[in-house]
Design a protein around this ligand. Sequence first.
Ligand code: PNS
Length: 183
Amino acid sequence: MTTRRTARTNSPRVGLYPGSFDPPTNGHLDIIRRATRVVNTLIVGVAINAGKDPLFSIEERVAIVKQEIASINAGLASKVEVRSFEGLLMHYAREVRASVIIRGLRAVTDFDYEFQMTGMNARLDPSIETVFLMASESHQFISSRLVKEVGALGGDIRPFVSPNVAKHLQKRLAERAKKAKRR
Ligand code: PNS
């Protein structure tokens, strides 16, 4: 069996795909699937992001991303690991020996945020490149934030997330609604 290696370092290319994944959408899965074609190992880094008040805990998000990856396993071109991380992305990237940060890019509205983040990250560690994969046409408008909003307001989220994520999301949103009623 042959292993694809980078020309420059002759070592396997490790990519890090960071995000909140609260919850993972079909857009995230599409990026994961495509990113495995450009790296030898893909680490999906689920950010603890305490400040963001996520709907799912870090343990839940890691478990859900793992379930999603297990379900698309046959469509993956290289190994995928799912891990949580805390603190600076570039410190974590160095820790896991990633040479590439992968980010998905949807509409032009993503650009400003991604541009700033990439610029800062490049200053922090110029040896690690950020590579953008354009969201596929059918996923251009999907975001975790909007999926949660649509779900909370009783809209159909099935076109945007897997049946597994839809189940987790509906359960959590129902729990939240019940809690809010009791207050
Ligand atoms: O999916 P998201 O919420 O857009 O992901 C954002 C994420 C997790 C990639 C970003 O918040 C991040 O890198 N957090 C780690 C902290 C960090 O390094 N901050 C400085 C960025 S320049």
